[in-house]
Design a protein around this ligand. Structure first.
Ligand SMILES: Cc1cc2nc3c(=O)[nH]c(=O)nc-3n(C[C@H](O)[C@H](O)[C@H](O)COP(=O)(O)O)c2cc1C
Ligand SMILES: [Fe+2]
Ligand SMILES: [Fe+2]
Length: 397
């Protein structure tokens, strides 16, 4: 995409990535992702963030449409993860005089990742930099997403560059701003990004939101996805709600099934939830990448976990999804458990132990041998209803 002036003297010069299959080598990108970077042009010129190495040349061409790269005075590195820092070696060659500005923990990382030690200056929390006509300030927001992460703020235009915070998956389809798109197309991918990439750092996200509150923010310009120039508080509220792990009233029904027995109970349980008027998403853990399961578990306050017994334990795709939720420290969930077994079972006991360890509330449990009979199917439906009723009570609906 071509560069675009988002505010006087502030230009988006990022790139869309539609060729990386797996972000961080694990998360699928069916709709791509953007690496946003910004030029702030005062009498001096600062470049905020960069892009993944693979896209470095395209990125430099974008920059060159706005300014001669050699004229850049400062390379602001909000975050060292290579999706934002990968073009630094090329930038160093194209802008040899530019000074790198980053939070103190970035210094050893710059050396470790790129062998860069020269012309690096660690900026203090709250430090200001007058570019002449534009004024930057730097705000450390550790662990949103790595320890060195900071947000940069341009005072005259009120633009916040928070890097990973408030970003999302999904490339920018010809536009840049949230008010230019059907947001419902983007929201799921913003949540999938939040849950899988920064969800584990939810406390740090909440601390950052609190810390940045004092700034007069007109525009939020993250380093992935949409830019917010109208109602930037909307994305802040979304992030805050997700970070508080409140969950919308509804159910993510995550199940696995080898021969369809657990699946039959899943259908009945979903019906029970729907009969109580709550949304339910039925997700086959064996077929759907876990990042989508994590996303929907993050979205809803209710979880239904269905697993056949497999080698005396939980069916591996369900176990993996639960393990990811544990790693990401998801809290405040109400849960129903169900599943088929051949002889002695064991999956449900293991699921229950894990769920209790996570501090989630178990509403009920339904195990059955082989195929669920009529009584068991109505039991699954009742379990769905009981789960939905508990969710509604907690949500005061
Ligand atoms: C590889 C494999 C391992 C299994 N291990 C157990 C087990 O340890 N204990 C048990 O009770 N049933 C076990 N079963 C039987 C299944 O739990 C049973 O067939 C169940 O009905 C499958 O439900 P599903 O069709 O929803 O997958 C196993 C089945 C397979 C194929
Ligand atoms: Fe990151
Ligand atoms: Fe990132």
């Amino acid at each position: 995409m071509v560069p675009r002036e988002i505010r006087p003297g502030i230009f988006w010069v990022g790139v869309n990535d539609r060729t990386t299959d797996l972000f961080e080598g694990i998360w699928p990108l069916p709709h791509g992702v953007s690496y946003n970077a910004y030029l702030v042009v005062g009498r001096k010129i600062a470049l905020i963030d960069s892009v993944k190495e693979h896209y470095a040349e395209e990125f430099v061409r974008n920059i060159a449409e706005v300014v001669e790269p050699a004229r850049i005075d400062y390379l602001v590195v909000n975050h060292m993860e290579p999706d934002h820092s990968g073009a630094l070696p090329l930038l160093r060659r194209m802008a040899p005089n530019a000074e790198i500005l980053a939070a103190p923990p970035a210094r050893p990382m710059l050396a470790g990742f790129y062998g860069i030690a020269e012309r690096v200056r660690a900026v203090a929390d709250g430090e200001r930099l007058d570019l002449g006509g534009k004024i930057l300030s730097f705000h450390h927001i550790p662990f949103v997403h790595w320890p060195e992460t900071m947000a940069t703020y341009e005072e005259t235009e009120g633009v916040l560059f928070p890097c990973d915070a408030f970003g999302g998956f999904r490339a920018l389809d010809g536009v840049l701003f949230a008010d230019e798109v059907d947001f419902s197309l983007y929201e799921d991918e913003i949540l999938r990004y939040f849950a899988n990439i920064v969800g584990m750092q939810s406390q740090a996200v909440l601390r950052a939101i609190e810390k940045l509150k004092g700034l007069r923010i007109e525009v939020i310009a993250p380093s992935h996805g949409l830019i917010w120039r109208k109602n930037p508080e909307r994305v802040v509220e979304l992030y805050a709600r997700w970070a508080r792990m409140e969950g919308e009233a509804g159910v993510a029904l995550i199940f696995g099934s080898m021969y369809g027995e657990t699946r039959k109970a899943a259908e009945a349980l979903a019906r029970g939830v729907a009969e109580e008027g709550l949304p339910v998403r039925v997700l086959d853990a064996g077929r759907i990448h876990p990042s989508f399961l994590v996303r929907d578990a993050w979205r809803f306050s209710g979880l239904a976990l269905g697993s056949p017994t497999y080698d005396a334990g939980v069916f591996p795709p369900v176990e993996y999804a639960l393990r990811l939720l544990e790693r990401k420290r998801l809290k405040n969930r109400v849960v129903a458990l169900f599943g088929s077994h051949g002889w002695k079972g064991g999956a449900l006991r293991k699921l229950r132990e894990k769920v209790e360890e996570l501090g989630w509330e178990v509403v009920g449990e339904l195990g059955f041998p082989g195929e669920p009979g009529p009584g068991e199917l109505s039991g699954a439906r009742e379990l769905g209803k009981a789960l939905a009723q508990r969710i509604k009570t907690l949500a005061k609906i």
